[in-house]
Design a protein around this ligand. Sequence first.
Ligand SMILES: Cc1cc2nc3c(=O)[nH]c(=O)nc-3n(C[C@H](O)[C@H](O)[C@H](O)COP(=O)(O)O)c2cc1C
Length: 187
Amino acid sequence: MPPDLQQTEQIHALLAGRFSPRRFDPSGVVDDPTLHLLLEAARWTPSAGNSQPWGFLPVRPGEPDHARVLPHLAPSSHRWAKDAGLLVVALTRRYVDDTDLLYSEFADYDLGQAVAHLSIQAQAMGLSTHQFRAFDLEALTEELRPRPGWAIVSMIAVGTAADEPPALRERRSTADLRAAPWSTPTA
Ligand SMILES: Cc1cc2nc3c(=O)[nH]c(=O)nc-3n(C[C@H](O)[C@H](O)[C@H](O)COP(=O)(O)O)c2cc1C
């Protein structure tokens, strides 16, 4: 096996089994209790100084806000995201209202971690997630008009996967994770 392909057998099944599907089953509904638990998982994420800078707009097919969000997806993500039972617009609070004061230096970091928690909770409930940035950020921001200080960062498609993970999934080796930041290898 090439060094950049890692065996996943020894990590937790929820982590090993996660992948970002490129097809969702359009009949895979995400009901209210499931949506509640996904947000609950995000809510319990650690954050710098417990600042909890995340915000989410969950939209499901048939809901008015779903029809507002969908047109702003790029064709590359629209292809599969339109069939997901749930789309979540993920926002972070970067600034204090309309000032240029940082609300939290770690706002984006903390949002990413909250999305990771949400993703693994989804996985534990038999759902799959595909995070994406392939949408028109400016147009979506104009459409949704978040409060001052808040920024849309990414979206998450959640639903029932209708494909399998690719046979080969490249990852950097754990050795490279340790060596890459340094000009000379550490012992
Ligand atoms: C912040 C972020 C943005 C992403 N944007 C896109 C995207 O625009 N389109 C896409 O198809 N996948 C997108 N992805 C998914 C990654 O391509 C995917 O996670 C990566 O290739 C690893 O594959 P895996 O999730 O199946 O392990 C994004 C993932 C993250 C975390």
